[in-house]
Ligand binder design. Sequence first.
Ligand code: PHE
Length: 498
Amino acid sequence: MNNEQWGTRAGFILAAVGSAIGLGNIWRFPYVAYENGGGAFLVPYLFALLTAGIPILILEFGIGKKGGGSAPLSWRNLNQKWEWMGWFQVLISFVIITYYSVIIAWALSYTKLSLNLEWGDDTKGFLFGDFLGVTDGVWNMGGLQTHLILPLVIVWSIVFITLYKGIKSGIERVSKFVMPLLIFLFLIITFRGLSLEGAAMGLNHFFTPDWSKVWHYKTWIAAYGQIFFSLSIGYAIMITYASYLPKKSDVNNSAFITALGNSGFELLAGITVFSILGFMAFENNVNISEVAAGGIGLAFVVFPKVINTLPAFNNLFGFLFFGCLVLAGITSAISIMEVVVAAIRDKFNLTRERAVVWVTAVSFSVSLLYATGAGLYFLDIVDHFINSFGILLSGLIQLILFGWFYKLRDIREAGNATSDFRIGAWWEIILKFITPSILLFIYAQNLIGAFREPYEDYPISALLTLGAGSVLLVMAIAWFFTRLSWKHSKSLNKKGVA
Ligand code: PHE
């Protein structure tokens, strides 16, 4: 049992929702849905939510609650040979936090830039030129973009202070404040978006189903990818957060609430983004497809353009939009860092405070790499590989181990015993047969794709070192940490059976 605990159930759920709702909801979902069949995307999306999202969330809550600690400790407590998996997940989270923090820092900068619309008319030129100073190739690192350091330090300070204060007075307090604020501010953007001319046309494009896409396997891969990233599953976040639950807590209902809250926000973001894109298309008299974008392009190129074009209150709108990105991102960043902090704390028997200091120092230093002129390239490659190969693999191994080498039923019964409602044997069938088969298929497709068509136009050397290299390095370091001996943590179960 962990010493620290959540103060209230709402606090735990808000923290879990805070982790789930992040940049992925705002800039990833709308575009992924639009590209993959619009309204028709809801079919594979809901299927992925029901077969992977919710069941895995329940599983991770169960692992954390039963395992009683950070990911490596929980895995080890459930089976002595499984510690490596915990470290694998921890290190994936570590890799992600090093660039996720940088994106939040960009958003923070843009929040300030929006006050004077400092990006000018050529928003793309501004982003890649003045702002990021992107070099001509991956292997040309350029210099550190010094103006990015201050926002990055601010982001890290917020994460640091929150984690330093611990679960109840840190993460729980911040989530209880940030999540309602985020939803309130985002709704203002939604209403403004819906009131703009062209909004209806945008929504039409977003929702019009293209059923032919449903028959394409790529649509399904996109749906599963979105669910994993967006719900933060496979990263051991939910394992770590659940380890702070009091013994009698519900897990089943909390998992449903978290998943539905996340999907609800995702849908809201889709409506908001596409009503605004509709306005943009209307103003420029072009087709939606010409203004639609996802990711960095949407947030830092298209949106600044939209903000320039708005009839009134441009700066306020810009401030709200980028402010929302920061708020959504920060609670996710906190959750990823907590995975690493808890693991280091448990393994080396450190106090929370010391673990936070060490982990922040290392993560901050690594994050500076992404603040160089080649940072955007690094980010793009590492993100692609870690998500298509690392996370998916983590999810797959997790299901195989728990489905086939552990009595899943035990976890289900333990959860049922304390939950608002019970879940049936369907849960085991899904986790044992259905979802692993689908993930295996996706993994194979991703591998074949990687060989057939190397990612973007990057040199192979960069894809091998930064891309495949980061995944392999994560595995190797996980092995190294597993080999180190435990420094007598109280919660370590010597027999490896919880
Ligand atoms: N779920 C977050 C989002 O949608 C991202 C995230 C991924 C957070 C992995 C933590 C871990 O943006």
